[in-house]
Design a protein around this ligand. Structure first.
Ligand code: RNT
Ligand code: ZN
Length: 424
């Protein structure tokens, strides 16, 4: 493959700009807006959701990372090096989404209920150096205290207390991340709680979950530093019959407690899409967190590709002028491919979809819809699909000093040869 010629990218961009201007779209304005939208890249694609706890194994609790492509990060230094490399291939504003199992244990191991800011200070320092914001997640899976399948909804008071303490510890850590970095940290709570077979008392389990969450959030923390989100789910492996934290549960919880709702693309029935949920949630929830993922037949967490649903998600965010109310996080983990490639493909695709969404003549489309010009709406939205948005996206990469088009892949291959292949 020949490297992309810079002057061709510039020429294509100028031509694309003329085409968009004819449609009433200001390309420069679109790119300025794009550069303001942060994407929160998840750390857990880097090591297949393993983390740095002592008895580290793979994930449990109904999530499953498959594949053993060589070269995954084995420690904090390797993960940071991989993240830095991946970030260098991705334009625009970035954040890193950490899980509690990625704590820095260089001062000694502590269990999850005992985590403190000091276990994440080196991440905060690293984030500052790399000019990125941090988001956070307590980890309620892959732990002996989660072995029964129930955490915050467990009937066992000791188990519940352990996880409540963990979540409170995490909120304090997350708030400190937000404070030190000058950008609020979104802390997302997802618990794997559920039943393999039909439970008798779903109500009691859900009530326990509600009460545990209320305890966790009873500690007031300034929203300048911390935004609390809750994530629903449909089912998981081993918890097929009932998920305690269902969609209705968390929708009710988020609305009544003034929390952010987290919508994960893989957490609904197969023909349900989160793009259609954004506008409703914007009416009733103050803000939204997205876990952009790609479910293949189930919540499989495949790498995000540039597909219709991704574009629809981006369109909804932009058309609703909700780029500040919708926090875009990614949630996928594929262990069968190079993990930097997974990050680069999924993150760049998400930004590319946002780029295209920003290139719509939105006011005009709204106007014709209000005039009930359905044929024009159909014809125009179809033509928009083939407009030269990719020339704009390429230029955006070029002007952000990141590789254009497929050129980033050569860098991943070089990194694999020089760094990843030496990890055995
Ligand atoms: C699991 C949820 C959750 C996790 C991450 C690792 O089904 O999607 O968000 O994937 O927290
Ligand atoms: Zn998720």
């Amino acid at each position: 493959m020949t490297k992309v010629d810079k002057s061709i990218v510039e020429k294509s961009f100028e031509l694309a700009k003329i085409r968009y201007a004819a449609m009433g779209v200001d390309v420069d304005k679109a790119l300025a807006a794009l550069s303001e939208i942060p994407i929160s890249m998840h750390c857990w694609q880097g090591d297949d959701v393993t983390g740095f706890e002592t008895a580290a194994s793979g994930a449990s609790g109904g999530i499953l990372s498959t594949g053993n492509y060589p070269g995954k990060a084995r420690n904090i230094e390797e993960l940071r090096a991989d993240l830095e490399k991946a970030f260098s291939l991705i334009p625009g504003k970035k954040r890193l989404n950490l899980h509690a199992i990625y704590a820095d244990f260089s001062d000694g191991f502590v269990d999850r209920d005992k985590l403190e800011v000091k276990h994440f200070q080196s991440w905060i320092d690293w984030a500052k150096k790399n000019n990125i914001g941090l988001d956070f997640n307590p980890t309620f899976f892959s732990h002996p205290m989660a072995a029964s399948g129930l955490t915050l909804s467990s009937p066992d008071e000791n188990v519940r207390k352990f996880w409540i303490d963990h979540a409170i510890a995490c909120r304090k850590i997350a708030a400190e991340m937000g404070k030190q970095l000058g950008t609020p940290c979104v802390m997302n709570t997802w618990v794997p709680d559920g039943f393999k077979d039909n439970p008798i008392d779903r109500f009691a389990a859900r009530k326990r979950l509600m009460e545990s969450l209320d305890q966790i959030y009873s500690l007031e923390i300034d929203e300048k530093y911390l935004k609390d989100a809750v994530e629903s789910k449909l089912f998981g492996i081993g918890v097929e019959s009932c998920t305690v934290g269902s969609n209705e549960f968390y929708m009710g919880y988020a609305v009544s407690r003034n929390k952010l709702i987290c919508l994960d693309s893989g957490h609904f029935h197969p023909t349900e899409v989160i793009s259609d949920k954004i506008s409703s949630c914007l009416l009733f929830c103050k803000e939204i967190l997205l876990h952009v993922s790609r479910p293949v037949r189930w919540d499989s967490d495949h790498v995000v590709i540039y597909d219709d649903e991704l574009q629809n998600i981006a369109n909804e965010i932009v058309r609703n002028e909700a780029t500040e109310k919708v926090h875009i996080g990614l949630d996928f983990f594929d262990g069968t491919i190079n993990r930097l490639a997974a990050w680069a493909v999924g993150t760049r695709n998400t930004q590319k979809a946002l780029c295209k969404a920003l290139l719509e003549p939105i006011d005009y489309l709204r106007e014709i819809e209000n005039q009930d010009k359905k044929s024009e709406r159909l014809a125009l939205t179809e033509e928009l699909k083939g407009m030269p948005f990719n020339a704009v996206w390429d230029y955006y990469c070029l002007s952000n000093n990141v590789p254009v088009n497929f050129d980033y892949f050569a860098e991943i291959e070089e990194y694999e040869k020089a760094v990843l292949s030496k990890r055995n």
